[in-house]
Every structure is written in C-alpha cells, then in structure tokens.
Ligand binder design. Structure first.
Ligand code: 13P
Ligand code: SF4
Length: 319
C-alpha cells in the first residue's frame, strides 16, 4: 500500500482503538471526508456537526474543521474529549470579532437581542442570546422579528445583510467577513452565467451582495449539496469552498460542477476558493491527536456554560 493508504489505515485503527468518532466539515480534504464516512462519522455543515457530536455515544470526538466547530462540540458535551487535527485552524470571522470589542458593542446597544453566527469564539457566544448557522439563520431571525425584537448581529456582514433584506428585521451589523467567500465576484459571475445559461447558481450567504443577487439557491453547505443532488439542471456554478465538490461529485456523479469566479481564479490560480484554515486538517493530524492527545480543545467551564445557552436555544428551535 502507498504511504497515504498506510496513514489512512493507521487513522482508522486509532479511531477504533480509542472509540472515537470523526466529525468533518465539507471543506476539509477529500481523504478526511472519506475516512469520516467509512468509520461511522459524518461530513456535514456546522449545524449538523454540532448536533452529531452532541448526540453521538462516543466519548472522544475528533473534529476536522476550524476551531469554532471544536469549541461548539466541547460546549455541548463538556464531559467528552474533543480533539482537533490542528488547533491553529481558525476563521477570519472569529479573528475579526474579539470578545472584548464585541462586549463593548453589546453594552452600547442593550435594547437589542444578540444573535451571533456559529463562526465565533466561545467567549463571544457567552455574550449572545442566540447562536445561528447559515442553515437556520433566516428562520430564527424571522421568529425574533415576529416577536418585535431588534437584533444585534455579528460577525459576518454579508450574511447579516442578506438576512436583513430577506426578513426586513431591524439589524445592527458587525462588519466582519470571510476571507474566502468575500473574494467571489459578481461581474465575473455574470459573465460565467452567460456562458452557461442553463446552469443553476448556488451561493453561500457569506458571499458579497452582488454574488448573492445572481443565485438560484442561497444556503449552507448542506443546502448547496442538496440542491446539486435534487436539482434538475445538468450544470451547477458553485460559490463556496471548492472542496465541497468532493462530496457533490460522490453524491451527484452525473452533474457538471463549475467553480464560481474569484479575483484570483484565472489561468494562474485554478483553486483560490479554499479556506487556508480548513486546509490545515490532514490525516497526520488525526493520527497525532489520537496517538498523542495533541490538539485537545479546552473551553473555560464558566464561559462554556454561558455559551451553552445560545447554542442550545438554536438546537431546540431547529429540533
Ligand atoms: P456551513 O454551516 O454552511 O457549513 O458554513 C460554515 C462555514 O464556515 C462556511 O464558510
Ligand atoms: Fe471561516 Fe471562511 Fe474558512 Fe468558513 S471558509 S471557516 S467562514 S474563513
């Protein structure tokens, strides 16, 4: 067997020996996605990852994704051991919303219900009333609006603006963005659409307004995957991290997938739409964390307990 096969077999053996389960996001490399599915784990969006980790009987979760995903798993299951292949895998939304600045923002607007995106630190979640993910944000904000609540939203400005426009809710927005989705370009997408007039355009709502405006489907990674599986079109233009195509190809093998344009994905860069932090996850990291206990997620119990409320509220709402 090749070296990769041997490493994969080692990871598989360790997952079994340690009675651990691998919880992976669609943006991690295909080998890891396959390993998760072959060993009883899951490849999913952030909402499903949180729910799966909470409900799984295994006492050790290996979360292949970015730090907020590991933290959410730990907050929901403080008694479980949560390991990550690389603890430095973060997210520009999380980095762009420091807890102290966020607390000051909340303090300045005490009349608003605080709704935060999953892509935030445990300390930011500890200050929030609700956590949402891209798959349930619209429904939850609509629900809050119907109750007459005014919202303070953080950190993704594009997702916030999209929800604001769709729901008409009164929302004050933090000005963060995702370095990956922020690079998708509306004008270039328009040109690509003209070349593929029958293609269905799928857009993650962290993308800029000009890109969302051209979408046939706006949704979370799982919702984009469902659109490819169930859609009647033959071609799909995909505006999100291109590693999602690994799973799309497996589940919809006959369909044609086209990467949405970014500033860089010209002749010189064919795959600019890939999250550098998701890319830090690999088979070696899975082996190391299981073998040596590296990459363990710790959340301050007081912060974790406070943060639990906003995640739990979301999970109860979507149940
Ligand atoms: P999803 O919840 O849609 O999987 O999004 C997570 C994410 O980080 C997107 O960039
Ligand atoms: Fe964060 Fe963007 Fe990476 Fe998702 S793709 S983890 S939002 S930086």
């Amino acid at each position: 067997p090749s070296q990769r096969d041997a490493l994969k077999a080692r990871a598989r053996d360790l997952l079994k020996a340690k009675n651990a389960v691998l919880v992976a996001h669609y943006y991690v490399e295909g080998e890891l996605q396959d390993l998760a599915l072959e060993t009883g784990g899951i490849v999913a969006d952030s909402l499903e990852m949180a729910r799966f980790g909470r409900d799984h009987a295994s006492q050790t979760l290996v979360v292949a994704g970015v730090r907020f995903m590991g933290e959410s798993a730990k907050i929901l299951s403080p008694g479980k051991t949560v390991l990550m292949p690389d603890l430095d895998a973060t997210c520009s939304l999380d980095l762009g919303c420091p807890a102290d600045d966020f607390a000051a923002f909340c303090d300045a607007h005490p009349d608003r219900t605080v709704v935060v995106y999953a892509n935030t630190s445990a300390a930011v979640k500890a200050r929030a009333d609700w956590m949402v993910t891209s798959s349930c944000a619209l429904g939850i904000v609509n629900h809050l609006k119907d109750q007459g609540q005014k919202i303070l939203w953080a950190p993704d400005r594009h997702l916030g603006r999209y929800i604001q426009r769709e729901t008409g809710a009164d929302m004050l927005l933090w000005q963060g963005d995702c370095i990956v989705h922020n690079e998708f370009k509306g004008v270039e997408l328009q040109l690509l659409k003209a070349q593929h007039p029958n293609a269905m355009v799928l857009v993650h709502p962290e993308s800029p307004e000009s890109v969302v405006a051209l979408a046939d489907v706006v949704g979370s990674t799982s919702q984009m995957l469902s659109a490819v599986i169930n859609g009647s079109a033959q071609e799909y233009i995909v505006a999100t991290d291109n590693l999602i195509m690994h799973r799309m190809r497996q589940l919809a093998p006959g369909k044609t997938l086209i990467e949405a344009p970014t500033a860089g994905n010209s002749a010189t860069c064919k795959s600019c739409a890939h999250c550098p932090w998701m890319a830090m996850n690999g088979l070696q990291g899975v082996v190391d964390c299981l073998e040596r206990g590296t990459g363990e997620i710790h959340v301050d119990p007081v912060i974790g307990q406070k943060a639990h409320g906003c995640i739990d509220r979301m999970l109860a709402y979507v149940a």
